[in-house]
Ligand binder design. Structure first.
Ligand SMILES: C[S@@+](CC[C@H](N)C(=O)[O-])C[C@H]1O[C@@H](n2cnc3c(N)ncnc32)[C@H](O)[C@@H]1O
Length: 364
């Protein structure tokens, strides 16, 4: 049978997600494999239902306790029949449980509430926008082998997208903060850090909080940096963390840095563009300076979920920014030819990503 992109997992409590065929249904699909693609089609429907529930405030309202469809409809100002249809669909998806006509949130719908440390509601809204972008641009991108429109430029024309993007990336950053702080070991002499494409700035903020002698420059395009300044201020880090706007392929990023971060950057570009960028970063670092790269890398896919995720993101990066996923070996070659040596790596398993460290050739 066709390998489906939906899989069944038993979560610690009673929650099952997403819907996949049971044993008998699988036999049916074996007899009629031409029907299997419907599961992917319904998977898209499941995404829309969860997005709709999130937008209507269903999960937020149910945080206050289980409710009937009619009580909930009253509260979120929706039609009772429409609300019940939506709630009933969320039950087999595992996002709600139902008992005697009362609906309650589950472990997997908790991250949709506003006070969750992972902003799943923003993540779904972001991906809704990304899918819209993909639908508009993917045919040309796959025909040409590169996008005609860069997703980040499209974000700047659709202002909520930057906020959602920052929120998603910050959710990831917060999940792995402890790992980053313990695994990114900066030399005791490090004073100046360059965060290349630092976006929201949280990685610089967390490193500066742990190294009071360090100051950081977040280099990014002008539009995303507008929000970054507010984030730095709200974290009380304005003295140590600064922003610098520009295009890192064109504009001066400064020089004499001890450390440069490239977090979730290399997958955005082709090998040629990365080689250009890495050389520019090498030029901004002191001899002996350290580069720290954080990204997902190909290889070692031990399961179907990771295999799907890597192939999905590989295509998504091509369509959105012209990039791709790299193996550690590909990246090593790029680093070595761009003036770096002494490569090491440390996995950050919770993010399915890896930290790669290298040193700019030449002594201080
Ligand atoms: C995937 S985000 C990574 C953000 C952050 N480093 C992180 O790991 O969460 C990529 C960032 O690179 C920035 N970027 C992409 N191309 C750029 C360019 N040519 N010049 C400056 N910034 C750029 C984007 O604006 C975005 O903030």
């Amino acid at each position: 049978m066709k390998q489906l992109c939906v899989h069944k997992y038993k979560y610690p409590s009673e929650v099952y997600v997403p819907v996949v065929p049971n044993f008998l249904e699988r036999q049916l699909f074996r007899l009629q494999p031409q029907l299997a693609p419907f599961l992917d089609l319904w998977g898209a429907g499941a995404f829309e239902a969860v997005l709709l529930a999130s937008r209507l405030g269903v999960f937020e309202a149910l945080r206050g306790g289980p409710r009937s469809a009619s009580t909930l409809a009253n509260e979120i100002k929706t039609d009772e029949r429409g609300t019940k249809s939506l709630l009933d669909l969320l039950v087999p998806l595992g996002y709600l449980k139902e008992s005697n006509g009362s609906y309650a949130i589950t472990t997997i719908s908790k991250p949709f509430s506003a006070d969750s440390s992972f902003h799943m509601a923003d993540t779904f809204a972001l991906y809704s926008g990304l899918f819209e972008f993909m639908r508009e641009n993917q045919e040309e991108a796959v025909r040409d082998g590169k996008p005609r429109v860069n997703a980040f430029e499209w974000f700047s024309q659709h202002p909520p997208m930057w906020k959602l993007f920052h929120s998603f990336e910050m959710s990831i950053a917060k999940q792995i903060e402890k790992d980053i702080v313990s695994k990114v070991k900066l030399p005791s002499t490090a004073r100046r850090l360059l965060d290349v494409g630092g976006g929201h700035g949280l990685y610089s903020i967390m490193l500066c909080k742990n190294h009071p002698e360090l100051s950081a420059t977040i280099f990014d395009s002008p539009t995303p940096l507008e929000e970054t300044r507010g984030i730095i201020e709200s974290e009380g880090m304005s003295k140590q963390v600064h922003t610098r706007a520009g295009d890192f392929f064109v504009d001066d990023m400064g020089e004499g840095y001890d450390v440069a971060l490239l977090f979730d950057i290399v997958h955005l570009f082709t090998p040629e563009k990365n080689s250009e960028l890495l050389k520019r970063v090498a030029a901004a670092l002191k001899p002996g300076g350290m580069i720290v790269i954080f990204d997902q890398f190909l290889g070692g896919e031990f399961g179907k979920v990771l295999k799907f995720s890597h192939t999905f993101y590989n295509l998504l990066f091509l369509i959105t920014t012209g990039g791709q996923l790299y193996s550690f070996r590909d990246l090593s070659e790029l680093l070595l030819e761009s003036g770096f040596a002494k490569l090491t790596k440390k996995p950050i398993r919770t993010a399915g990503s890896t930290l790669v460290f290298a040193t700019k050739v030449g002594s201080e």
